[in-house]
Structure formats: structure tokens, C-alpha cells
Design a protein around this ligand. Sequence first.
Ligand code: HSE
Length: 403
Amino acid sequence: MINVAVLGYGTVGSGVVEVIEENKETVNKKSAAELNVKYILDLRDFPGDPYEDKVIHDFNIILNDPEVSIVCETMGGVGAAYKFTKECLLAGKSVCTSNKELVAKHGPELLQIAKDKQCNYLFEASVGGGIPVIRPINYSLTAEEIENITGILNGTTNYMLTKMDALGADFDEVLKEAQANGYAEADPTADIEGYDARRKIAILSSLMMTKNVDSEKVYTEGITKITSADFEYAKAAGFKIKLLGTSEKLSDSEVAVMVAPFFIDLEHPLAMVNDVFNAVFVKGNMLGDSMYYGRGAGKLPTASAVVSDVIDCARHLGKTVMCFWDAEDVKLADVKELEREFFVRIDSAAKEDFEELFEDFEEIIADRKEDAGYFLPPTKERDVYEKLEKLGDTVLNVIRIYR
Ligand code: HSE
């Protein structure tokens, strides 16, 4: 029997217990041992809960119990979760987590401790919720030079953009609806400003580069400036608007990473990812393109990914599963120096000035009088923004194009 402890009995933690119990037969078969949830750590009591007798409030009981070999950290945050994870790993207990904030911030350090102590720190659920994406990168694509990873990594914003597109609604209206339906948090900042997606693309980029991508240095734009007018132009031109995390390997020591809303061609597989779904598009030099799609959030999908890590730990007790993510920071390219195509929306009054300023452009014909939309060919970001500065407030929005 292998004893497991769950730290944090919230949405994901209770899902972990549910998956282990509900799928007991298959989970035990695939672990080649019986998994037993011995403790659930939480500050609260859960009277009437079927597992209330397992709930404890003192972390040291778990830390000092030699029978516990696998711990699920489903608390979130980088305070107690960091301390407890580190102490568990130092004690030789494997830790499985859905905590992208902690993985993005302390991943290399925690992986190194796991290696030193011959246990594991696994984090499949930290990116893309229930979608297998960390394991494919670590196990399945090991013969590949991964060149590029692009993902729709945040379910809340994908839901909002899908609704804005379908209903012609504006950002504030859709945000209120998403909050009322429980799709967006009361404080939606981390989602709508792109910080959640930034942590996830930083984790994926670190695995691609096998060195650390500092998530806080990743250029990030959220979706708050996207309006129904932008969607009208996108539709007229045969595009969708998606919040993407993109990461392109420029060399062994430099990577271009960013989170921003993009115009994306309707024909691209990522353009077809709607509602709360997530997808990660990975390009390898031998395989070419591959895509991983599914539920990027939610209790049971996320818990299923955590339990898949628990099974992996059970199969590898006393042995560390390889994960290449060195502590050394990799160089992040200055996004302003990169060339790409742009969509620009300007006040109609500035049409003449815009067309004089840019020699090469394509006007998008939409049924709108108050503004005009243009595509610019591949141009260095810095040059585009320097020119647009001359148009001042008549520039209404600038959105990058992903192909
Ligand atoms: N807030 C996140 C999302 C939850 O909307 O995708 C999963 O990380």
C-alpha cells in the first residue's frame, strides 16, 4: 500500500480524493499498488464529508509520518505551499501539484531537491489543467528539438473572447456574465491581464529550453483593450482573436516569449479552440506540428492530471523521473526587436495620415464608419510603434497577427 496526503481540500484537492476513490480499481492497477489517502490537510473542518476523519490541521503529522510517500499540493500560492513542498521533498516524499504559480517561481529549485532526494516533483496539472502536455514534452517528444510552443492557456479569457465573438458584446458585459456564471473569479485580474497564461507559457518554455524562463520577465498583454469593433474587423478578414502564450526558440540560449491577444487565421487549429477549452500547439523539428487539446481547468480534469502524477510517482518510488529544467536563466528576446504582422484600428479621421505614414498596408473592409482597420506586413515592432506614435490618440488598437 502507498499512502498519500493531500494538502488543501478545496476544489482540486477534493477532486484528487474523488478521482482516487472513484477510479480506485484502475488507479491501483496502474500504480501497481493500492493507493490510500491517509491525510487531508486543511485549516477547516468538513463535518459530514465522507473523508472528514482524514482531515488534519497540523502539517508536521504528514511530514513526520514515514508511511506517507506521495503528497499532493493543491493549496495554491507561494507561501505555505512552497514551505510544505520543500520540506516534503527534503524528507524524500514526492510531491504532485497543480500550482502553476509555485512551479513557475521555484520549479528548478524544487526539481533539484527532488533529484537529490531521489523522489519526484511533478506538475502535469499546472499547465492546461487535465490536458496531458507536460508529460508529452518530457517523455514523448524527447527525440525532438522543440522549436515553438503556442497555447491558449487560460480558460476564462478564452470563454470571454468566444462570447465577445459570438454575441458582438463588449468586454465589460461579457466579464459580468462570466462572473455571474462562475467562469471568471470575483477578482479576475490574473486571468484578464494575462498573468495566469504567462506562468504557464514560462513553464512550457523552460521545458522547451531546458533552462529557466523567468515568468515575471515575460512580455504580457491581457485582453482588456479588445472591443467588439476589433472582432468586426477580425470577422471581415477571416480571423479570430485569441489570447496566446507564444514561445519561439531563437537559439540554444535565447527565446522569444510573450502573452498577448492575437488575430489568428480561421484555418489554424488554435482558432477552433472555443469556450473554456485550452490547447497547446508544439512544433518539433522532426515531428512538425502537434496539438494537445482539452479542459484546461475544473475540479475533475485538473484532479485527474494530479492523480496521473501520483501514479507516476508510485511507479517510480526511490527513483527520479527525468525533467530537464536548469536554474540558469535563459535570455529573453526583446519583443520590440521582432518582426511580425499587425492589425491596426484607427479613427476614420486619421485615415489619410495613416496611409501616408505606412507605405505598405492592406485595408480591411468592414461595415463601419467611425474607424478603419488595416493589416501591416511583417515589420519590426519598434518601427510600427514609433510610427504609430505620430498618430497619437487616433490609434484605437494594435493587435499582433499569428500565422
Ligand atoms: N483561471 C484559470 C483559467 C484556471 O481560467 O484557465 C486554470 O489554471
